[in-house]
Design a protein around this ligand. Structure first.
Ligand code: FMN
Length: 368
């Protein structure tokens, strides 16, 4: 198997290769959170050379909004705009997967005039500068939040997407329900390790029910997770192994681990040198396609990641800088590492420039 080998999902959908655009927030929607022309052009350019595109984190409700000008599926109003996005990607031959998102306690507070709308599993602020203390969702609101995701899945189906990824990674609401740091609940959704999985389980069930009742053609449902948290208490790799075992009972169409580097080992316990993929792949086996990410740039990286056991390789920064990444890999060339304002929406470019040190440390330069 090479990165060019097509993959047929259990429901029959075919990805033309193993390359994935990692979900990346663009900060570049229209003021009403519909998809802008600049975003459509940005996705079109990047969909040409790879098999699957996961779109930017997409809010499922007003309370879910974490970033400025974040795209949305929070109401039927957004279906037409998201349909344009799905069709733009599909017209280039790639599968279009939306990433459904709720920021929870990590929402940008400046976007929520009333901070009571910043919610989480429990009223515990993140261990970050300027974090606000969120309001704990009531049990009734937890059920309503799950329904917000399910309704967003219904809209994604109507918009013609090939699937949805539930954003359970990178410290946002779904992870906040699994984390012992942010989830101190005493109802059905918190307490023991098992009870902290209740939210994810109910969410997946609700989304799968919507797919079973609404989809008239195959629609994928995947779950992205972060395997560790540095906070104390925080998610450990042992917790994640248990969580992945649980997710494996849910008949998802793919699992996607969010890592800084695809070969990394524990950040919490530097003495533990076992690669995270080596811990998770034996649980996932070949039963569910496994997406890896983090620092995948060259053909050597792609081949090493597939050799390690990932079925798909996702890339963020590399595709930001080089929309023709897939073409480059096929030609055995190194990717271009210049972040070019001509190939992306201006607000995204400006946001990247605000984090210039991070990109420069990774060998990227900016076009101006
Ligand atoms: C500008 C930018 C925006 C991102 N937005 C999201 C997002 O919306 N959802 C998500 O799950 N991850 C997001 N990420 C993380 C990426 O999906 C990816 O996991 C990370 O960049 C590591 O992969 P890379 O080394 O190939 O860039 C973002 C990353 C970048 C650079």
């Amino acid at each position: 198997m090479t990165f060019q080998t097509p993959f047929t999902f259990r429901n029959g959908l075919v990805a033309r290769d193993r390359l994935v655009m990692a979900p990346m927030t663009t900060y570049s929607g229209n003021p009403d959170f519909t998809v802008s022309e600049a975003e459509l052009a940005y996705y079109q350019l990047r969909s040409r050379s790879i098999g699957t595109v996961i779109t930017a984190a997409t809010s499922v409700s007003d309370a879910a909004q974490a970033f400025p000008l974040q795209m949305s599926l929070k109401a039927d109003y957004y279906i037409a705009s998201q349909r344009q996005l799905a069709q733009t990607i599909q017209a280039e031959g790639a599968l279009a997967i939306t990433q459904l998102h709720h920021g929870g306690r990590m929402n940008d507070p400046s976007l929520h005039a009333d901070h009571r709308n910043i919610v989480s599993a429990s009223a515990v602020p993140a261990d970050r500068p300027n974090s606000v203390t969120p309001r704990a969702l009531t049990t009734h609101e937890v059920i309503a939040t799950i329904d917000d995701f399910a309704q967003a899945v219904r809209r994604a189906i109507t918009a013609g997407f090939d699937g949805a990824e539930l954003h359970g990674a990178n410290t946002y609401l779904l992870q906040q329900f699994f984390s012992p740091h942010s989830n101190r609940r005493t109802d059905a959704y918190g307490g023991s390790l098992t009870k902290r999985m209740t939210f994810a389980g109910a969410l997946i069930d609700a989304c799968q029910h919507v797919i079973a009742t609404h989809a008239t053609r195959p629609f994928l449902l995947g779950y992205r997770f972060s395997p560790e948290e540095l906070e104390e208490p925080g998610i450990t790799l042992e917790d994640t192994e248990a969580f992945v075992r649980f997710l494996m009972t849910k008949k998802l169409d793919f699992l996607h681990v969010s890592l800084r580097h695809y070969r990394q080992s524990s950040s919490k316990n530097p003495a533990d040198k076992t690669k995270i993929v080596d811990r998770l792949k034996p649980i996932i086996t070949d039963a569910v396609p496994f997406f890896g990410v983090g620092g995948i740039e060259t053909l050597d990286d792609v081949e090493a990641a597939l050799e390690d056991g990932y079925d798909f390789v996702a890339t963020g920064m590399t595709l930001l800088a080089d929309p023709d990444w897939g073409v480059r890999l096929r030609a055995k060339q190194l990717p271009r590492k210049v972040l070019d304002v001509a190939t992306m929406p201006k607000p995204l470019y400006e946001r990247l420039k605000r984090n210039a040190t991070y990109f420069e440390q990774n060998g990227y330069t900016f076009s101006d």
